[in-house]
Design a protein around this ligand. Structure first.
Ligand code: HEM
Ligand SMILES: *[C@@H]1O[C@H](CO)[C@@H](O)[C@H](O)[C@H]1NC(C)=O
Ligand SMILES: *[C@@H]1O[C@H](CO)[C@@H](O)[C@H](O)[C@H]1NC(C)=O
Ligand SMILES: *[C@@H]1O[C@H](CO)[C@@H](O)[C@H](O)[C@H]1NC(C)=O
Ligand SMILES: *[C@@H]1O[C@H](CO)[C@@H](O)[C@H](O)[C@H]1NC(C)=O
Ligand SMILES: *[C@@H]1O[C@H](CO)[C@@H](O)[C@H](O)[C@H]1NC(C)=O
Length: 593
């Protein structure tokens, strides 16, 4: 698989391409370099494609080397792999039980991760490799550089000079008319997990602010629990036995109020201080679903502290805190891979979180969050029309910033209700609640400010074939012809609308590209965590075998049930209609714990 062939750089002199006034067009605007070749402008109207280690040569990196031909012949297309992985349960049931499972999981992890440059390359201010882009972690990184500033159209050379109004796109194609449930059966427990988990690394700094982040951890650092700086962390800590501050209400543990832990939290003015709960992430007061997860993780932290303290009575507060944090990071990654991504992928292959799978291969234990990953994860269509909790129904106005919902009902009732309520389908269009449509408009507008390349350029970058027409994209004619009118050219379609409007795969929550582009970012972010590296991944890091085992056996079910008095149905999908599933996981749990 190693890159071979001499780095050959060809110079292409494009004919003097004159634009209206006679000024020259930047030849890189047409993205001539294929197969991840790098376009460099020379003089006024000349470019070179740097095809080094792409496996291709020629002016535009289009001539495949022999090894590339062989590899491409053997390499299954993304569509084919997905087809196999989501069918033939009997086959995967056999594979699950054998060593072949390890080999396939390892292949999935390496093939996916290899699509993400590491160390990172570009950012929204630097479309070429630079030290500033490398070292300034205030930027989100970029997999594809921005469209050059001096191009004839916003998407380079394709499409119209002006993109269609973002409000128009959102209202015509993305806004919900009637609720479309997720065919994979995802529930609100899944939806709020997605939001809670990702908001530790998606923390855009300043509205529309040129691709900056206030999350310097760039991955699973649990800053949503502990805060993203030392000052905030110290305000949230109890400084006793490693624990976090908390309050007890009706006999149960909850996050402290901002009076007890004076950190900045975003709440509307009418919420009194004694009702404002303080947690790592500033915005988690927004939704009871987020504060529910914050409460569960807070309880888990303090529970693990007790476990470790019993094992290590000599350890001081600091060591108990730090070690517990690593245990929780491990638990998070385990749950995300084996419960969350397992559900999301729809794969019958049983995924496995085992860092040792990557010890034999080249892999960089580092990660940088990308703008594209952030754009892609705007899954607001998951949100329902109303939120059902026990026999109550909450509209958005009753639910958003309502701090009483969690405290009145308690974590058990919320877990149970969210597990039973189905979430919305993410892809396929027309499923974002009108209350949230402004967020989608914001995503599109931001992508323009940041000059994101077209959807088709991203398809190519992540190993897929670009779409030839809008019909090819949506799999129907109506939306396709409207889109064609607005954009003019399939090669001018934008990234986020493309992801959302691509035809979903059969019985799936979104189309091929969401998986093919999202999975590499996700798996690289999870496995690139330092705890997965050989020096860290050993019992001593986690306080000995007890802590290591908490990590290696974590599940969403245990996380929830170890921290509740009663164990309800816990899963990322709604229970099967044949009632067997409704009770079984819950009933088994207590004995097993
Ligand atoms: C009722 C539920 C929700 C509300 C009211 C809401 C609202 C918002 C708002 C106001 C923003 C900021 C937009 C901006 O700055 O322009 C945002 C950002 C975001 N939301 Fe949601 N959202 C909800 C649910 C979700 C869910 C379920 C997800 C699933 C993953 C999600 C993912 C995101 C992401 C990734 C961002 C970008 C965050 C950042 O870059 O800082 N949201 N949301
Ligand atoms: C390289 O790409 C440019 C721009 O797309 C095109 O005009 C040119 O014909 C291509 N050259 C070769 C050798 O394929
Ligand atoms: C294999 O894994 C899949 C996905 O988790 C599951 O549906 C299937 O039942 C598993 N089979 C065995 C034998 O564990
Ligand atoms: C990162 O870049 C921004 C924009 O140039 C600058 O304001 C900021 O100070 C830089 N951060 C660091 C740590 O250098
Ligand atoms: C809290 O937010 C306010 C207003 O945004 C700001 O002035 C203040 O510096 C922040 N405090 C901390 C500790 O971040
Ligand atoms: C908040 O939720 C409580 C139930 O916990 C409900 O009684 C109250 O009306 C809600 N507040 C608003 C403003 O809707």
């Amino acid at each position: 698989m190693a890159g071979m062939g001499l780095p050959v750089v060809f110079v292409a002199v494009t004919l003097l391409l004159s634009w209206d006034t006679g000024s020259t067009v930047n030849p890189c605007c047409s993205f001539p370099c294929q197969h991840r070749g790098v376009c460099v402008r020379f003089e006024m109207d000349t470019y070179e494609c740097d095809c080094t280690r792409t496996g291709y040569s020629g002016t535009n990196c289009t001539i495949a080397e022999l090894w590339t031909k062989i590899r491409e012949f053997l390499h299954p297309s993304p569509g084919f792999s997905h087809y196999i992985l989501t069918r033939f349960k009997w086959f995967w049931d056999i594979i699950n039980a054998t060593f072949i499972r390890d080999s396939i999981v390892k292949l999935v992890l390496t093939v996916r991760s290899n699509l993400i440059p590491s160390p990172p390359t570009y950012n929204s201010a630097y479309g070429y490799i630079s030290w500033e882009a490398y070292c300034n972690v205030s930027y989100y990184t970029r997999v594809l550089p921005p469209v050059p500033e001096d191009c004839p159209t916003p998407m380079g050379t394709k499409g119209k000079k002006q993109l269609p109004d973002a409000n128009l796109i959102a209202e015509a194609f993305l806004m919900r008319e009637t609720f479309i449930p997720d065919p994979q059966g995802s529930n609100l427990l899944f939806a709020f997990f997605a939001q809670h988990f990702t908001h530790q690394f998606f923390k855009t700094y300043g509205r529309m602010g040129r691709g900056f982040t206030s999350g310097y951890g760039h991955g699973v650092d649990l800053s949503h629990i502990y805060g993203d700086n030392l000052e905030r962390q110290h305000k949230l800590r109890l400084f006793k036995d490693g624990k976090m501050k908390y309050q007890i209400i009706k006999g149960d543990m909850y996050p402290p109020t901002v009076l007890e832990a004076p950190v900045n939290m975003t709440y509307p003015d009418n919420i009194p201080m004694e009702k404002r709960l303080a947690v790592g992430q500033e915005v988690f007061g927004l939704l009871p679903g987020l504060m529910m997860y914050a409460t569960i993780w807070l309880r888990e932290h303090n529970r693990v502290c007790d476990v470790l303290k019993k094992e290590h009575p000599t350890w001081d507060d600091e060591q108990l805190f730090q070690t517990t944090r690593l245990v929780l990071i491990g638990e998070t990654i385990k749950i995300v891979i084996e419960d969350y991504v397992q559900h999301l992928s729809g794969y019958y292959l049983k995924l496995k979180f085992d860092p040792e799978l990557l010890f034999g291969v080249q892999f960089q234990y580092r990660n940088r969050i990308a703008v594209e990953f952030n754009q892609l994860y705007h899954w607001h269509s998951l949100m329902p029309d109303k939120f059902n909790i026990m026999e109550h129904e909450y509209s958005y106005s009753n639910f958003v910033y309502n701090t009483s919902v969690l405290l009145d009902h308690g974590v058990e009732a919320l877990v149970e209700s969210f597990s039973k309520q189905i979430a919305g389908k993410i892809g396929g269009g027309k499923n974002i609640h009108p209350r949230l449509i402004k967020v989608a408009v914001g995503v599109i507008e931001e992508s323009r400010k940041l000059r994101l390349q077209s959807f088709n350029e991203y398809k190519k970058r992540f190993g897929m074939k670009p779409y030839k027409s809008f019909q090819d994209l949506t799999g129907e004619v109506n939306t396709a012809s409207q889109l064609e009118l607005m954009y003019g050219d399939i090669d001018a379609l934008e990234f986020y609308p493309g992801l959302m409007l691509e035809k979903p795969q059969p019985n799936s929550m979104f189309g091929e590209s969401m998986t093919e582009i999202g999975a590499p970012f996700s798996l690289k972010g999870l496995m690139g965590n330092p705890i997965c590296s050989p020096e860290y991944w050993k019992p001593s890091t986690f306080g000995g075998n007890i802590g290591f085992n908490i990590v290696k056996t974590a599940s969403i079910q245990k996380l929830v049930c170890r921290n509740l008095k009663r164990c309800p149905y816990v899963a990322f999908r709604v229970p099967d209609t044949d009632s067997k599933d409704i009770t079984s996981p819950g009933k088994e749990a207590p004995d097993e714990l």
